[in-house]
Design a protein around this ligand. Sequence first.
Ligand SMILES: Nc1ncnc2c1ncn2[C@@H]1O[C@H](COP(=O)(O)OP(=O)(O)OP(=O)(O)O)[C@@H](O)[C@H]1O
Ligand SMILES: [Mg+2]
Length: 309
Amino acid sequence: MPKRDKNFMERFEHGLNTSDLEKSKITAKVLGYGEISTIFQIGADDRWAYKRMPLFNSIKGAQEYAAIYRQYCKHLASAGLNIPEDELQFVSQPGRPIVLYIIQRQFPAEWFAHKLIHEIPDLNRAVLFNRVVSEACQVWTYNSEMGPAVEIALDGQLSNWVFENGDIENGKIYYIDTSTPLFRLDGVEQLNPELILQSAPSFLRWIIRRLFLKDVMERYYDQQQVFTDLAANLHKEQRPDLIAVVIEAINIHIKSEIAQITEKDIDKYYREDKLIWTLFLNFRRLDRWIKTSIFHKRYEFILPGKIKR
Ligand SMILES: Nc1ncnc2c1ncn2[C@@H]1O[C@H](COP(=O)(O)OP(=O)(O)OP(=O)(O)O)[C@@H](O)[C@H]1O
Ligand SMILES: [Mg+2]
């Protein structure tokens, strides 16, 4: 990967208008919205995707995250997953949080699994789901091989998987969602949970910390929950008709000692998940309004518009 000029990221961040992107000094296009990151293309250069994370109070905190991030990617690769080429850069400006950019090879939108499912014939969908599920399963094979020393988590949603050249049968599969590096060493979580809370409105952090945080962090370690989440997401992708196909792929692959997944599990999970994320996004919008309209302060995060779920 070419070494990027540090000044470039500084100029970009400095000129970024978080409440009205079009007013930014250097033009940027949003490729995707994360819970804790926003993913940009900067200018016309479509070789790279920039994941912006305005999460850190100190350089030390950002460096700690970077070290954890690197270790997580290494474990994913050791488990057999393909991780895109990347580079990390920090931008620090007085009076603002330190922003970390994960700069990753950019892939065309139409290579992503959540886009491909809309375009391809039925037969290929079964192939797509089978390949994604089998790719993801490497994580649990790795976890059982490593014993209690290392345990890595994964977010299996379709929007995290890329088929090179959009080739479902033979294309190399990449896992791109590396920005929440959850893994445990000897049972101890390595990522500071407070980082996940940074994107939440401050008036809600205490309740999230108390009620949801543990659950959210744990679900990505659990094979059954990860696959339930993957299948339930087909509702969000407006393709509930494909849930049966994905369940079939999942149930072939999951470890024999865990229960098979049913459509009923998926529906129940989806109803709860939708409620939580919709509420969360609305509270973030309220927080943005309070900060910008009442206190005339800058709101660091960039929020999506209406999401169809
Ligand atoms: N390297 C990339 N190339 C092109 N588009 C990307 C790339 N990385 C992310 N995107 C787009 O942004 C979306 C969200 O990215 P990603 O999965 O990394 O974030 P996320 O799931 O929201 O993660 P988090 O919650 O950890 O911030 C992707 O589904 C994709 O549409
Ligand atoms: Mg993702």
